[in-house]
Design a protein around this ligand. Structure first.
Ligand code: ATR
Length: 281
């Protein structure tokens, strides 16, 4: 473990809960590997304390922090500057503190793109994608895919009003992008589903739950199935993808990707290649 000195820089993650987070492991390993005098710590912050916590971050000179569930959207109003990635996603997962000015970024979407490129050589330009879920995680993914030139996104969500709200938000920024809202029966109601990518952004699968009506045998054989969930056991989604011989991955690559991008934002250098993913394994 690296030694902490009076000059050490302090980084953090705020969430509620936060105990499950792998970010301290990823960032402390990267600091150690590069011999950087810095430490990364978790803080559990209840929603009603978020504003005070953000003010506290400035006051005690935290150099940067990650923001996780449930604060990613709420934290936006307490920051001084928003990077384009945060504006497009309407959510922040990385904050940089420069002389008391807090800038918010979103590295979740770019982490997803990095993982898709690294694991499958996938380039979203001109492609089509189906996304299950319309919450904060979906927002980051949709904004990054839109920025990278994807042609069509179908949002599948339990609550249709939420998918419509997300579509309205994204299309106000990316007017040329085709976006459609569907309910889960759509997955089992067509003869063939044409999509280059299917992403689960919901928590379904974390405890073995299935995605309703999912029939992957209807999917195009080249479709990549990406599950943002990263549980110890394979999710029913990934088991089904394997049965149907579809390329697939869990969310660990994205988790490492967003961490690598956050690290670069804070320290201006990339962490050792592959290290963050390795420590997660
Ligand atoms: P996150 O920031 O992780 O995306 P979120 O904003 O709470 O979390 O969004 C969770 C998403 O998963 C939502 O789209 C939610 O659907 P609703 O909009 O209908 O709430 C979806 N989700 C969560 N549990 C679900 C379940 N049991 N069945 C179907 N969808 C579910």
């Amino acid at each position: 473990m690296q030694k902490i000195s009076g000059k050490s820089d302090v980084y953090a993650i705020i969430g509620y809960p936060v105990k499950h987070s792998f970010s301290p492991l990823m960032h402390n390993s990267a600091f150690e590997a590069l011999n950087i005098d810095a430490v990364y710590v978790p803080f559990e912050i209840a929603p009603e304390d978020l504003e005070k916590a953000v003010i506290g971050m400035k006051l005690i000179g935290i150099k940067g922090f990650n923001v996780t569930i449930p604060h990613k959207e709420e934290v936006v109003k307490y920051l001084d500057i928003l990077d384009e990635t945060a504006i497009n996603a309407g959510a922040v997962n990385v904050v940089k503190n420069e002389n008391g000015k807090l800038t918010g970024f979103n590295s979740d979407g770019a982490g997803l793109l990095r993982s898709l490129k690294l694991q499958f050589g996938f380039d979203p330009k001109g492609k089509s994608c189906i996304i299950a879920g319309a919450g904060g995680a979906a927002r980051g993914a949709v904004a990054a895919l839109a920025s990278a030139g994807i042609s069509k996104i179908t949002i599948l969500n339990r609550t249709r009003s939420k998918s419509e709200k997300l579509i309205e938000f994204i299309q106000s920024k990316f007017s040329e992008l085709e976006m459609v809202s569907e309910d889960y029966p759509f997955l089992d109601s067509c003869k063939k589903i044409e999509a280059d990518l299917f992403i689960n952004t919901t928590s379904l699968g974390m405890h073995g739950e299935e995605i309703p009506n999912l029939n992957l045998s209807l999917f195009d054989k080249n479709c990549i199935v990406y599950d943002m969930v990263y549980s110890k056991n394979k999710t029913p989604l990934l088991i089904s993808a394997e049965k149907n011989l579809l390329r697939n991955a869990n969310g660990l690559g994205m988790l490492a990707g967003q961490g690598e991008i956050a690290f670069k934002i804070w320290r201006k250098v990339e962490p050792t290649e592959g290290l963050m993913l390795k420590v997660l394994g």
